[in-house]
Write a protein that binds this ligand. Structure first.
Ligand SMILES: NC(=O)c1ccc[n+]([C@@H]2O[C@H](COP(=O)([O-])OP(=O)(O)OC[C@H]3O[C@@H](n4cnc5c(N)ncnc54)[C@H](OP(=O)(O)O)[C@@H]3O)[C@@H](O)[C@H]2O)c1
Length: 239
């Protein structure tokens, strides 16, 4: 299935996995609506994309954890691009610490961005998809949404909940020809992983943002009759 001329919103597009997804979709001829908090980073990315690809790129700086900002960003993008076909819910944060060491505010922030932000974005885009009776929502969750580990209570809780929401929504909208997919990568070589103190090891053998982006494109290119429910991404030769 070709993705040419489809319209996608990518959250957390300015860095890491979101940036790689933006480039991979641009290479497929997809028009892009890009969201992250930093307008400067988005504008730089927009210039890079437009210098290489013949697509429309619209930027909307927003904190997705604020419902009104998420809704305004979607409205601004839809005004320029028209109704959206693909939503990539990628924006997320990570911080690790024991349940008692982490401040309640840090714990709440993780849920607010990773879960509530994704919910707000989905709620803002879904009416267009339902109206056109087609579309894709891809949520970047994590292997931390499949298994808990010490110091991961907040991050794991946010990603377990995200997987629950993803699966429930998949059942709600499948009959309307809308596909809802969760991708669960293990550690990926990004700022988030480095800043959160995740074990990086040998960079050459780590999963790269482009690897995740390739899976995103593959999922979107599946025949419309098939929906990928969940995909786990691990590295070969774990260190
Ligand atoms: N890296 C890993 O090891 C790994 C593994 C599994 C899953 N994941 C998941 O993959 C996703 C992307 O992670 P990454 O590693 O690419 O992270 P990253 O390099 O830190 O990039 C995160 C992106 O999200 C944006 N963002 C953060 N908070 C936001 C908010 N409240 N509103 C809007 N945008 C926001 C950031 O831009 P601004 O700061 O400008 O807002 C940035 O563009 C996350 O959901 C993460 O949980 C990552």
């Amino acid at each position: 299935m070709t993705l040419m001329k489809k319209k996608a919103i990518v959250t957390g597009a300015s860095k890491g996995i979101g940036r790689a997804i933006a480039f991979a979709l641009a290479a497929e001829g997809v028009h892009l609506g890009l969201i992250s908090r930093s307008a400067d980073d988005l504008n730089k990315l927009q210039k890079e994309l437009l210098s290489t690809y013949d697509i429309q790129v619209v930027c909307s700086a927003a904190d997705i954890s604020e419902r009104h900002q998420a809704e305004a960003a979607v409205a601004a993008i839809e005004l320029e691009l028209g109704s959206i076909d693909i939503l990539i819910n990628n924006a997320g944060i990570a911080k690790f610490g024991t349940l008692l060491d982490m401040e309640p505010a840090e714990w709440e922030r993780m849920i607010q961005v990773n879960l509530m932000g994704t919910y707000y974005m989905t709620r803002a885009v879904l009416p267009s998809l339902l109206k056109q009776k087609s579309g894709d929502i891809l949520n970047i969750a994590s292997t931390a949404g499949e298994r808990g580990f010490a110091t991961g209570s907040a991050y794991c809780a946010s990603k377990f909940a995200l997987l629950g929401m993803t699966e429930a929504l998949m059942h709600e909208v499948r009959k309307s020809n809308i596909r809802v997919t969760a991708l669960n990568p293990s550690t990926v070589n990004t700022e988030l992983a480095v800043n959160a103190g995740l074990p990086i090891g040998d960079e050459d053998r780590m999963m790269q943002p482009e690897d995740v982006a390739q899976v995103v494109v593959s999922a979107l290119r599946l025949p419309a009759r098939v929906t990928l429910k969940t995909a786990g991404l691990l590295t070969t030769n774990p260190q």
